[in-house]
Each structure stands twice: as C-alpha cells, then as structure tokens.
Design a protein around this ligand. Structure first.
Ligand SMILES: NC(=O)c1ccc[n+]([C@@H]2O[C@H](COP(=O)([O-])OP(=O)(O)OC[C@H]3O[C@@H](n4cnc5c(N)ncnc54)[C@H](O)[C@@H]3O)[C@@H](O)[C@H]2O)c1
Length: 374
C-alpha cells in the first residue's frame, strides 16, 4: 500500500474543479509513489462548498483557509484562489511546513513573489507554480526538439493569447477586472502563461517594452457567489470602475539575442482560449495552437529540397511526453490532462524531495517581465 499525500484545496470554482480532477486521476493513469488523498476543501460559501465536496469526494470542508493551512492532516496546500490571496496563504502554508501547489500568476508583484520564494526555501517545502501548458505533450515535445538541436539558434518568438469573455460591456465587474484582487488584466492572467512558455522554450528575457489599452471603463457590479468558469451574474444596475487593462502587448529581446512579441487580450471576438505561438530558428521552426492542442507543427530546413514544408505531428504516440499513460495513438487528450500531468510531477517531486519547475523562482522572473511590460 502506498503512503498518502493529503491535499488541502483552497478555492472551489474553476481551478478548484480542475485541481480536484487532477488529484483524482493522477494515480489512476500514472504510477506515482504517493497516493493523493482529497482531505479537505475550503471556499467562502458553505452551501455550495458542501455540494462540491460531495461531488468530488473531499473528506472535510472548511470556510476559513487558516484552518486548512494549520491542519496536521494536510501535507499539501493547493492554492486555487484569486491572486491577491496567494501571498498570505503561501507564506502561512510554508511556515507550517506544507508543500505548495499554487495557481498562476504567482502573486500581485515580484516583491511578494520573492518573499514567498524565500520563505519556502527557508522551510524546505516543495513549491510549484501551475503554468500547466508546459505539460501538454506538444509543448513538452517542442522543448525536447529544441534541446535536441532540431531548431538551431532561435531568432523569433511570436505569441498571442486571445480570449473574448468580456467583450460585452454588460459582463459584470468580477475579481479579474479589479486591480485590488487581480493586480492587472491579461498582462497578469494571460501573459504570465505566455512568458512562462517563452522562458521555457527560448530563454530568459532581457529587455521589454509594452503597451496596454482599456476598452470598457465601467461595468455592473458582480455577484461573486455565482461566479465560476469565467461566468458571473450582475448584482443590479449599479456600476463600478474597471481598474485593469483589457489588452496588453509586449516586444522583448531575449538574453540569447532572439526577439519576440506577445499579445494578450480578452477582446478578440470569436477567440475563446486561443494561446498560440510560433518560433523560428536557423534549422527549423515550430508552431502551436492550444485550440488544436494535440498537434505541433514543425518545419525542418534539413528536409530534402522539393518536399520541405510544415508537417503536423500528432503528439499522441507512446514516445511523446506523457502520452503513453493515456490512450492508443491518435486518441486525443484535452485541457484537463495538463493539470493531471502537473499533479503527477508534483507528487514525484514531493516524494523525492527535489525541485519541480516552474516554481516560485520562475514566478519571480515572470512577474519581473510582466511588471516591466506594464
Ligand atoms: N492554470 C490556468 O490555466 C488557470 C485558469 C484559470 C484561472 N487560473 C488562476 O487560478 C486562480 C483562481 O482562479 P479561478 O478562475 O478558479 O477563480 P474562481 O473565481 O472561479 O474561484 C475562486 C475561488 O476562490 C474562493 N475564495 C475567494 N476568496 C476566498 C477566501 N477569502 N477564502 C476562501 N476561499 C476564497 C471562491 O469561493 C472560489 O471558490 C487565479 O489566480 C487564476 O489566475 C489559472
């Protein structure tokens, strides 16, 4: 019988569901050294929390996060809260010696992130920052191909993260649209993922310039108790000010000399969760689009003349990262699988006492780029 790893999840809406699913599936599809146990879940609204716990199989519920963090039955604190709460919860968890699985963006600013990193190191806990897209088979494969030299020297990075969930000016003023709870708009929410991928695939960023825009200045106040999966109801007719940007663009130069662009918006009508990148090198190029997440496009300048062109790799072969644990070749996987892969790698890191990436150090570097861009 395996030793247990008891999880205390804080936050039970969009990410709460994605994480609950990941902890449940990790040991079913992967051979992991510890068995995750859904020990305790915490959120603000007691009634919906009980329903959530019953549905997903959480053993206990709690409405005060401090009681989760200090509970001796909890080994891992899983932070699925809006980012204004990450700092306080992570510091308290590390001081209790709990390992931390934290949603992105890591914090409100790099100063908070640096302190979170320092306290985790001081208390020797494993810290993980959930930029889950790294763990799609296609993006992991992209990294492997770059490491193998198939792309050569990288010249260009071009990334767009486009959504459209707030184009309607009547969409209410949820926590994601207020600076006191979100810090920034797509620059924090979407470009944090994009910068993580750029760091992972191209390398550290040296210089940044940026541009932001706001398209809707006021929105109806939101009923936060009903929000979840990027939907929310308005409280009534009263309106409040939107205090974050609606679109954020950056031009960057990497330390290795490559140049790049980033475009993040919640106003790309028709684009739901379109994270795409292209990278161009001396020996080849790669293209990825999250809305076709099982595919990676590859151009090799080393292909024989006359039959060169972008080919589509279906990343579902047993030789592709993570893929052997799911289905036979061609039987595709989805969004939620990247969270399962994160849970699997996190459990292995806790068991072996080794670091996992991205982590709070990665979060510090990402936030420094995002701050420079703003
Ligand atoms: N990795 C990804 O792809 C991804 C996707 C979406 C969101 N996120 C990140 O995950 C985090 C959570 O986002 P979400 O979309 O799940 O938000 P959400 O609004 O859907 O859920 C937030 C949860 O936090 C709980 N909460 C808020 N304040 C609380 C408090 N004081 N005490 C206890 N519980 C409290 C709410 O009750 C709710 O259950 C954010 O930092 C966001 O940026 C990551």
């Amino acid at each position: 019988m395996k030793n247990k790893l008891r999880i205390g999840l804080i936050g039970s809406k969009f990410m709460g569901r994605a994480h609950s699913n990941a902890w449940k599936k990790a040991g079913l599809f992967f051979d992991i050294p510890l068995q995750p146990v859904l020990q305790m879940v915490c959120a603000r609204h007691e009634n919906s929390l009980h329903e959530f716990a019953e549905q997903w199989g959480w053993q206990q519920t709690e409405t005060d996060w401090k009681k989760v963090v200090s509970n001796p039955l909890v080994d891992v604190v899983d932070i699925a809260l809006p980012q204004h709460l990450h700092y306080e919860v992570a510091l308290a968890a590390a001081r209790e010696g709990k390992h931390i699985f934290c949603e992105k963006p890591l914090a409100m600013n790099s100063r908070q992130a640096e302190e979170m990193l320092r306290v985790c190191e001081e208390h020797r806990v494993v810290h993980y920052l959930n930029h889950n897209y790294r763990r799609t088979p296609a993006i992991s494969l992209a990294r492997r191909m770059i490491d193998e030299g198939k792309i050569g020297r990288i010249f260009h990075w071009r990334c767009a993260y486009q959504q459209d969930w707030i184009v309607d000016p009547e969409f209410p003023l949820t926590w994601q649209l207020r600076a006191e709870t979100a810090q920034a708009g797509p620059q924090w929410d979407l470009n944090s993922h994009a910068v993580d991928l750029a760091h992972y695939l191209v390398g550290p960023i040296a210089t940044v310039s940026g541009l932001t825009a706001q398209f809707v200045a006021e929105r109806p106040l939101a009923d936060e108790s009903s929000s979840g999966n990027l939907q929310a109801d308005a409280l009534g007719d009263a309106k409040g000010k939107v205090t974050v940007e609606d679109a954020a663009l950056m031009l960057v130069q990497f330390e290795n000399g490559a140049v790049g662009s980033f475009e993040a918006t919640r106003f790309a009508t028709g684009r739901k969760n379109a994270l795409s990148f292209e990278l161009y090198g001396s020996k080849g190029s790669l293209k990825f689009d999250l809305e076709r997440m099982n595919e990676l496009s590859f151009y090799s300048a080393e292909d024989p003349e006359g039959c060169q062109g972008f080919r589509t790799i279906q990343t579902t072969e047993a030789s592709h990262p993570y893929a052997a644990h799911w289905w036979p070749p061609g039987h595709i996987i989805g969004y939620e699988h990247s969270f399962v892969h994160a849970a699997v790698d996190f459990v292995r890191a806790v068991d072996s006492g080794t670091a996992i990436e991205p982590n709070f150090a990665s979060g510090v570097q990402i936030l420094k780029v995002l701050e420079a861009g703003l």
